[in-house]
Structure formats: structure tokens, C-alpha cells
Design a protein around this ligand. Structure first.
Ligand code: GRF
Length: 206
């Protein structure tokens, strides 16, 4: 049997996407991989505490007061030491340096709470409500050097209801995020897909 692929999770806060991935890895719903390391740029992130509680290898690499390049170098070293194959940003609220992106070419995923390319950046759900869209959702995409821009791996849509506020819409999207992220990881690790221009497509069978 081939060795398990190693995931490295980066987070800054609550960590519900990380926990959904961890649950699916633990239950076997997301087979063939393991979480090798969880890194938080904030020592007090609830997601980091949750990772410790589960007995996972979890470290704080504080970003506050440090230059991005220097902080990212420390994270790159940590991920490489842990043999990480795929980096998953799960509510990691800091821009990555070009060096970081180049260290893991097409091996960094992010989840964003909108149907990209609509509403990149912060407060995507508020942006969607303010714009008046009737369909919202989430996107798992590869990370490139532009914000919320890399090739889309998978999207899930949800309706926007007339009486939605940012909280109710965020919750509806978050439920789908928790499903979408593991599906996207499985798709990437399967080796059955490849990037073709802006598209992530199923490769012809050999
Ligand atoms: C999610 O909405 C995700 O799409 C965005 O940040 C939020 C993180 O939530 N990138 P959590 O920390 O995974 O609960």
C-alpha cells in the first residue's frame, strides 16, 4: 500500500474547517492521508487548542511583529520538516509571501466563502448580501500569488434567502465548506485531475 499523503493545515482562528477535515481523516471518509502538522499564526487560536486536544502535532508560529518573509520561512521549514505534501489554508488570515507560494507549487489549497471570482477578500458573505445576489457559496482553490485567485478545484452553491443576515448566510455556506474541503482534498490527492489553463479537469485514464 502506498504511503499516506501528509496534510499541513494553516489556521488563525476558530478552525471549524480544520475540524471537519480532521473528522473525515479520522473516520476514514477522507482516506489515504493524515494530518502531519497544524500551524497557527496566533498562539491563542481556538483551532490550535482543538488540534492539541486531538493529540495532533500542532504548533504556534507567531506572526505578530515579524516580517512576512521571515515568518513564512519558518512555516516553510516546519512544513518541509514534517514532509507535508499538501498545504490546506483553513481560515488562515494572513497573506502568504511569493516565496511561500513558490515553495509548494500547486500544493496549497484555500477555502473562500463565496463563489469566486465574485467577492474576494474579507467579509465575502456581507459583500454578497450587499450586492443582492440570490445564490452564494464557497470555493476551494489553489493558492497563487494573487488574493483568492488560483485555479478552482471545487465550488458549492447555496441559496440566499430574503431574510438572511450575515450570520445566517455564513452558517449556510459554512455547512457546505465543511463538505467541500474534504472533497477537494480527495480530488487533488487522487492524482486523477490536472490544471489546464484556468480549469481543473479530470485527466484521461492511462
Ligand atoms: C471560513 O469561512 C473560510 O471560508 C474562510 O475563513 C473562515 C474560517 O472558518 N477562509 P473556520 O476557522 O474554518 O471555522
Amino acid at each position: 500500500m502506498s504511503a499516506k499523503k501528509k496534510l499541513g493545515i494553516l489556521l488563525s482562528g476558530r478552525g471549524s474547517n480544520f475540524l471537519a477535515i480532521a473528522d473525515n481523516v479520522a473516520s476514514g471518509k477522507l482516506p489515504g492521508c493524515e494530518i502531519a502538522v497544524v500551524i497557527s499564526n496566533k498562539a491563542d487560536a481556538p483551532g490550535l487548542a482543538a488540534a492539541h486536544k486531538r493529540g495532533l502535532n500542532a504548533v504556534a508560529i507567531e506572526a505578530r511583529g515579524r516580517k512576512r518573509a521571515e515568518h513564512d520561512e519558518e512555516m516553510i521549514a516546519c512544513l518541509q520538516e514534517n514532509g507535508v505534501d499538501l498545504v490546506c489554508l483553513a481560515g488562515y488570515m494572513r497573506l502568504l509571501s511569493p516565496q511561500f507560494v513558490q515553495a509548494f507549487p500547486q500544493r496549497i489549497l484555500n477555502i473562500h466563502p463565496s463563489l469566486l471570482p465574485a467577492f474576494p477578500g474579507l467579509d465575502a458573505q456581507e459583500q454578497a448580501l450587499a450586492y443582492g445576489v440570490q445564490v452564494a457559496g464557497c470555493t476551494v482553490h489553489f493558492v497563487d500569488e494573487e488574493l483568492d485567485h488560483g485555479v478552482i478545484v471545487l465550488q458549492k452553491a447555496v441559496p440566499v434567502l430574503e431574510d438572511d443576515d450575515a450570520h445566517t448566510l455564513s452558517q449556510r455556506i459554512l455547512e457546505q465548506e465543511h463538505i467541500a474541503y474534504s472533497e477537494a482534498i480527495a480530488r487533488v490527492l487522487s492524482g486523477a485531475y490536472g490544471v489546464l489553463g484556468r480549469k481543473y479537469v479530470k485527466l484521461p485514464e492511462a
